[in-house]
Design a protein around this ligand. Structure first.
Ligand code: IDP
Ligand code: MG
Length: 153
């Protein structure tokens, strides 16, 4: 089954929203294949946000992402990359649709609660960037046959 990678950003830790955000993914029927707390280094952030390093807001983004440890997780499910991006919502929380995580929990463009991989290719790269193979678990939740039709599995 497809995997995606998420970061619960420092603003989410600071504001006590970790449970609320994770609950949404669990209620949706996604499998948590890996989860841990870690501090992000400048080095890993420059790699992860390579597409933004030249932007004027990058120093502020770096500082924000290093303000506290973060929670990183690998979620598994059918078409999970697109499902999680849709649940995440637009980058700026003030524009993100109500019902999305950013739309419901935030007010900022930078402090926008969560990172989620934007393509299956990037998801694979990001999972490898933040997790070692022994930190990701293969198991079949008992709820799986009630979550999908047989031909979807
Ligand atoms: P995404 O997180 O929705 O994929 P990206 O464009 O990849 O959006 O940007 C990565 C992160 O950089 C955003 O989630 C946000 O925290 C931050 N960011 C993006 N654009 C801006 C901006 O214009 N001002 C401040 N922070 C920004
Ligand atoms: Mg992005």
């Amino acid at each position: 089954m497809e995997q995606t990678f998420i970061i619960l950003k420092p603003s989410t830790i600071q504001r006590g929203l970790v449970g609320d955000v994770l609950t949404r993914f669990q209620r949706k029927g996604l499998i948590i294949a890996g989860i841990k707390m870690m501090r992000l280094s400048e080095e890993i952030l420059k790699e992860h946000y390579a597409h933004l390093v030249e932007r004027p807001f990058f120093p502020s983004l770096l500082k924000s992402m290093m303000a506290t440890p973060v929670i990183v997780a690998v979620l598994r499910g059918k078409d999970v990359v697109n499902v999680v991006r849709a649940m995440t919502g637009a980058t700026n929380c003030r524009v993100a649709a109500p019902g999305t995580i950013r739309g419901d929990f935030g007010m900022s463009g930078q402090e926008n609660i969560i990172h989620a991989s934007d393509s299956p290719e990037n998801a694979e790269i990001e999972v490898k960037r933040f997790f070692s193979p022994d930190e990701i678990f293969d198991y079949v939740p008992l709820t799986l046959p009630a979550t999908y039709a047989p031909d979807e599995l």
